[in-house]
Design a protein around this ligand. Sequence first.
Ligand SMILES: N[C@@H](CCC(=O)N[C@@H](CS)C(=O)NCC(=O)O)C(=O)O
Length: 85
Amino acid sequence: MAKVEIYTKQYCPYCVRAKQLLDSKGVAYQEYPVDRQPELRDEMIQRAKGGYTVPQIFINMSHIGGCDDMLALESRGKLDELLAA
Ligand SMILES: N[C@@H](CCC(=O)N[C@@H](CS)C(=O)NCC(=O)O)C(=O)O
C-alpha cells in the first residue's frame, strides 16, 4: 500500500475534501496538523517546494500538490495508479 501523507489545518474545506476522497477509497494516511504543530508548517513548505496552502499531499514521498491537484489526478484516472504503487 502506498505511503500517503497530508498536511492539514482543522478548519480547511480543501483538507476535508481531500481526506474524504482518500477515506472513500479506504486509503490510510498520515496526517500532519500544521495548525497544532507549527514546526510542521516549515517542513511542509520545504517539502512542497514553497507550497504554503493546505492541504499538501505526498504519495510515496512524491509531492502531489493540493486538493485540486489530487482531484485532477482522480478525474484523469491516475490517482489509483499512484495509490497502488
Ligand atoms: N487550490 C488549493 C487551495 C487550498 C487553500 O486555499 N487552502 C487554504 C485553507 S482552506 C489555505 O491554505 N489558505 C492559506 C493559509 O491558511 O495559510 C487546493 O486545492 O488545495
